[in-house]
Ligand binder design. Sequence first.
Ligand SMILES: [Zn+2]
Length: 299
Amino acid sequence: MNGLPDLHHHLDGSLRPSTVRDLAAGLGLAVPADLAFTAGMGLEAALSRFAFTLSLLQEPAAVRRVASEIAEDAAAEGVTTLEVRFAPQFHRGASMGAIVDAALDGLSGHAGLLLCGLYGDPPSLFDDLIDVAAARPGVVGLDLAGGPLPTHRYGIPDYAEVFARARRLGLGCTVHAGEGRPAAEIAAAIERLGAQRIGHGTTLLDDERVLDLVRERGVTIEACPTSNVHTSVIGSVAEHPLPKWLAAGVKACVNPDNTLLSAVSAAEEWRRAAEIPGMTPDLLAAAAGFGHAAAFRRG
Ligand SMILES: [Zn+2]
């Protein structure tokens, strides 16, 4: 395949191992032995691993370095359409705008940047992210990341207004939805938030109505098979529904999610996807085409 797309790639989960050691040494921190994800650890445990990587990335210089290395590594492995995402509010060494500028500087036009708010965050936080994005054309999209908890005060319907504002500004919208959770969440992300893309969406085939909605709206699913094994959403990459989605006319592409924490690269993720039972060269080529086509462009 010439030229791979990679649309779902978290900056704070995708440091080079050597950079982790470097940054940790510079800050006098010990690297935890259990930093990498392991199969079946679950979403909450997986999310907790970011605390350490974020502690290394508080300052703009570290954000710039990691963004630049992600773009460099992606190009070296044949990725020709790249988007990188992160939540600038967790990097407290400078203002949110300065942190975003550092990421854009590091990517230097080789990738689009998406800004993430997390499930449970107040809608005002998304407004702040959109304010930062408004003045920076290199920011191409907004993402709702993490996962909902019963204790959260805010859920998908509460973000309808801010996502509408993001769309009016020409930002692409994607939502982590149906990551092992009911398919109704995918429908809510599309109908309430206008998501053009869905991260994970592993439960899509559980509900025919949601499947129809995804096909009708031409929504692209950002599949992250290795990540889904780590978060216990699927038992093995071989069980990922990607070939079934593609055969059913769903647009979907393949993504690494977190190259450090999942110890995977985009190219390796595409190789693994090729081995999923039911996958054919034609379906795989179609998936690559869907990924390239679904990249956000600031409208
Ligand atoms: Zn993700």
